[in-house]
Design a protein around this ligand. Structure first.
Ligand SMILES: [Zn+2]
Length: 214
């Protein structure tokens, strides 16, 4: 990445912290997607704050569209409905770049999935551990689809752990998470933030007397 681009990205990270879209550094416990406490991280993403900031939404989408334009995608599929608005925005931006009428977008949660020899990009607003994206990739490949890559706004997984297809994030800096058992913040005795994510739930579990588990 060019030095100026790197500087712009750094400024943007600070800007996101200043605007309360990214909280931290602190000690956060994130959900595992099933309502339970999951991985820990020094940064929390306030999705609601992000979606409210229309300028950020457009800025991030435009940057993502520029970065994935060379994939020449024919369709975009999201693992859930929450990521669909950004997927659709990307679809419109890419259609303009490709000079095609539209890049159709689908949600695994509520649409019938496409099939056939299509070049598909998966878009997920936040890629945490890549579990949903992996599941979606499997289902799409069964339908004869070629997955060209994954786009996201924020990336929490280390890309070296997800080498199957390229993964491109609007915010290049990863907001890394750790399994609780090897969390460096836990190890350092940093108190868990109980106001966001699953911190309170996690804390309550930790405070349970030993031997109380079934
Ligand atoms: Zn921790």
């Amino acid at each position: 990445m060019a030095e100026t681009a790197r500087k712009a990205e750094m400024t943007q990270f600070d800007d996101l912290v200043a605007r309360g879209v990214i909280l931290g550094p602190d000690h956060f416990v994130l959900g595992d997607g099933y309502g339970n406490p999951g991985h820990h991280s020094s940064h929390f993403i306030s999705a609601a704050k992000f979606y409210d900031a229309r300028d950020l939404l457009h800025d991030f989408s435009r940057r993502l569209a520029d970065r994935v334009a060379h994939w020449r995608v024919e369709s975009i599929v999201s693992p859930d409905d929450q990521s669909l608005p950004v997927a659709r925005l990307l679809g419109r931006l890419l259609a303009g770049t490709y000079r095609v009428p539209a890049v159709p977008c689908f949600s695994m949660e509520s649409d019938p999935l496409p099939s056939g020899p299509l070049r598909v990009m998966i878009h997920d607003d936040v890629v945490s551990r890549g579990r949903q994206a992996t599941e979606l990739m499997g289902r799409l490949r069964e339908r004869g689809i070629e997955i060209v890559g994954i786009s996201c706004l924020f990336r929490r997984i280390d890309s070296s752990l997800f080498s199957e297809v390229p993964i491109v994030a609007a915010l290049a800096e990863p907001l890394v998470t750790y399994p609780a058992a090897i969390c460096p913040l836990c190890r350092a005795g940093v108190p868990v933030n109980t106001d966001f994510g699953k911190g309170r739930f996690f804390q309550a579990q930790q405070d349970e007397p030993a031997g109380f588990d079934i």
